[in-house]
Design a protein around this ligand. Structure first.
Ligand code: TLP
Length: 346
């Protein structure tokens, strides 16, 4: 049975070109700075997002953690969205390991935080308060329908941060999806933030890795933080080799994933018992609701599973599907057929 795995774009497997590049990668010890493939990827990544330097880390979670630990000291505060991945799904790493205080602000349905809300969250100078250091954005915004934050919004947050002496960090796990969806150069989404990370292992299909990017001084410090976390890797060129292919060959094709997500969403609209907010579907992540009492989301997931279609249950009535390199237009049509059949017969 063909398995159509829409649970996440993290399930993507390396392309044949990546496997070939991994096989041929020139390697050395990266903790000595001597892995030529890693050095090449880091240079390429920095240039691609318009920063001075970059650092390969094991995961998006590690990228976010390395950056918060590098920007903030113990007892200092980070302003971030209440629906952000870092706040919800990273095991409280910044508090657990860095003594950093997260201060949440409501995420709007489009993934932004209102500027007035951010401003209200910035602490004044008072012995009772933690010191605000950092504002975190997420683009695309996973929990907020995979929506893309615009360059104008990002710049406005950065301007506010500058005015108040704060730094801005971007969790850009899927920032290339945002750039492709908005049809802008990714640098427009990164130009005003102090640091960011992006993932190789999601829509770009590489097996492992994320890149932290920022000024040369910031990355030198981040390298130290990565070491503290046990993230100094040795012949990391085996990872970097696939990452180079990801950056060279897999960015523009995410437009196809966005088209497939749209096609899936347009099909879901027509299925009785399901509902989806169509205009919110901008990239490769879509959330939809069950509007029937006959079936719960987890029962639907179980039934879909039996038929080879995998989606994530993210609430009593809420599901998530993510399109990616492993999913074709035919897979979308098959998914819709299975969904339609289940909803009509159950
Ligand atoms: N998100 C994963 C799961 O953790 C839910 C997914 O399937 O979407 N930032 C954002 C915006 C993310 O969506 C994720 C992963 C991460 C960071 C963490 O990346 P990894 O999984 O590489 O640590």
């Amino acid at each position: 049975m063909r398995i159509i795995d829409l649970r996440s774009d993290t399930v993507t497997l390396p392309t044949p070109a990546m496997r070939e590049a991994i096989y041929r990668a020139e390697l050395g010890d990266d903790v000595f700075g001597e892995d030529p493939t890693t050095n090449r990827l880091e240079k390429m990544a920095a240039q691609r997002v318009g920063k001075e330097a970059a650092l390969l880390v094991a995961s998006g979670t590690m990228g976010n953690l390395v950056c918060s630990l590098t920007h903030c000291g113990r007892g200092e505060e980070v302003i971030l969205g209440d629906q952000s991945h870092t706040f919800l799904y990273e095991a409280g790493g910044m508090s657990a390991l860095g003594g950093i205080h997260p201060h949440t602000v409501a995420n709007q349905p489009d993934g932004t935080m209102q500027l007035a809300d951010i401003e209200a969250a910035i602490r004044g100078s008072n012995v009772h308060f933690p010191r605000t250091r950092l504002i975190c954005l997420e683009n695309t915004h996973n929990r907020c329908h995979g929506s893309a934050l615009t360059p104008e919004y990002t710049d406005a947050v950065a301007a506010l941060a500058r005015e108040r002496g704060l730094r801005v960090y971007l969790d850009g796990a899927r920032v290339f999806n945002a750039a492709v969806a908005l049809n802008v150069d990714v640098r427009e989404l990164t130009r005003s933030v102090n640091s960011l990370s992006f993932c190789l292992s999601k829509g770009l299909s590489a097996p492992v890795g994320s890149l932290v990017c920022g000024s040369a001084d910031f990355i030198a410090e981040a390298r130290r933080t990565r070491k503290v976390l046990g993230g100094g890797m040795r012949q990391s060129g085996v990872i970097a080799a696939a990452g180079i292919v990801a950056l060279e060959q897999m960015v523009e094709r995410t437009a196809e994933d966005h088209r497939n997500a749209r096609r899936l969403a347009e099909g879901i609209v027509r299925i009785r018992g399901l509902s989806i907010d169509l205009p919110k579907v901008q990239t490769n992540i879509l959330y939809f609701q069950m509007t029937t009492e006959r079936l719960t989301a987890s029962q639907l997931v179980a039934e879909l599973n039996k038929r080879g279609v995998k989606v994530l249950c993210v609430g009593a009535n809420r599901l998530r599907a993510v399109t990616h390199y492993g999913i074709s237009r035919e897979d979308i049509d098959l998914t819709l057929a299975v969904l339609g059949e289940l909803m009509n017969t159950s």
